[in-house]
Write a protein that binds this ligand. Sequence first.
Ligand SMILES: *[C@@H]1O[C@H](CO)[C@@H](O)[C@H](O)[C@H]1NC(C)=O
Ligand SMILES: *[C@@H]1O[C@H](CO)[C@@H](O)[C@H](O)[C@H]1NC(C)=O
Length: 474
Amino acid sequence: MSSSGDLLNTKTTHVALFPSAGMGHLIPFLRFAALLLRRSDCRVTLITINPTVSLAESRHTSQFLSAFPQVIHLQLELLPVDPATVNSDDPFWLRFEAIRRSAHLLGPLLSSTSPPLSALVHDVSLVSPVIPIAQSLSLPSYVLFPASARMLSFVSYYPAFASGFESSNSGPFEGGLVRIPSISPIPKSSIPTLLLDPKSLFAQILMEDSPNLSRLNGILVNSFEGLESDSLKAINAGKVSKALPPLFTVGPFPPFEFEKVEWSTPTTWLDQQPDGSVVYVCFGSRTALSRDQTREVGEGLVKSGYRFMWILKNMIVDREDYDDLKDVVGSELMEKMKGRGLVIKQWVDQGEILGHRAVGGFLSHCGWNSIVEAALLGVKILAWPLHGDQGINAEVVRDSGLGIWVESWGLGCGGIKSNEIGERVREFMGNESLRRRAAEIGDMATQATVVGGSQEKTLGRLIQEWDKRKMAKE
Ligand SMILES: *[C@@H]1O[C@H](CO)[C@@H](O)[C@H](O)[C@H]1NC(C)=O
Ligand SMILES: *[C@@H]1O[C@H](CO)[C@@H](O)[C@H](O)[C@H]1NC(C)=O
């Protein structure tokens, strides 16, 4: 006979979460963890890598851990990697590869967790290395995908796409388009640049991992019907790819209390601005615009005539982000911006800014977390995707009606002049039908997250699946 304590142990659902490098990958994992921890029946183990690439990542992780002291924290110490053996010089891609090469250390790390684990949810960049480990521990394994369901369709289709580079003269495109079954065609200009080169590290990882997606027990996406109903329906109906395992639509993830930054976001300035009058501008945590393009953006914002709050970044990795604001923007432009805009060079609480009544629009690089946050708060987006999955995400923004994408600006090409930027920002901010559509999407997002909404139902389904497996094992 077991004591009541033991009973409690075996009944608890215990999930291990393993994100990869970069805020774009860390944030959805921590938000998903916070959703699980809201329930009384879930325990969470968080696996982080040591060292992290950016300071923002380690800060964010410690904020999460102090808000949820019940979380078990395990650190995977990365083995050193000779950069000469990796086909990339981007710090985040180098780190992805380093984690893949250290993934075998996960087995010993997880084998002694208590209570016993019910499932492992890991990053999409770790599919092939992690599956054998999960299998050896008899753990079902799931990917939490950090981008749109539309991007997931492309990821699953990638090997078929890449084979087109070898087989035909026209390459993998038909009339400049990628045609994935049951998905609206994706133009070449939206495809991540790295994936146009089958020898790039990103392409090689997908060649190895995409066929292995079918070996997962499921894929979790931070999305919802109101944002991507076509892609979600097509994937759920099994029409996109046989390689895809069951999909769990667990979004939209809201920002949480633990993410609030200590020095606090300067909402005092926003408090003084009229309703809907401010453009919030942020190109994300990972990408820096060139200095020239940065100044054109600043001039363009001034020319738009709208007030703005601009989160400025000028280095790829924030540990080195020490340049003085005046050096980046130039003192002449700083002078012009006075009184109209606020320029900030720090990680901010984006949810708080987007939710502020003074913010009327968001000029965004279209990182998926940003899009979902704006959708939840019903804030319209002017899309300016810069690289990676952002072009495909921008298509979701455009197709859902959440925002506008000036496609002639291209994917991170730069060289966009201030007059053009100012004009587009002015049109965008003044577009009333766009505002209404974004508010509708916000309502649908809220519907998904309320008690009894699609998010709670899907989470319930997942946990039931995990518990069933665990009982079968015992
Ligand atoms: C799938 O994963 C296994 C290891 O889990 C790996 O050996 C194999 O190369 C991967 N890719 C393909 C296409 O099977
Ligand atoms: C507002 O945006 C929508 C969606 O892009 C567009 O169709 C419409 O023409 C715009 N309206 C104005 C007044 O610019």
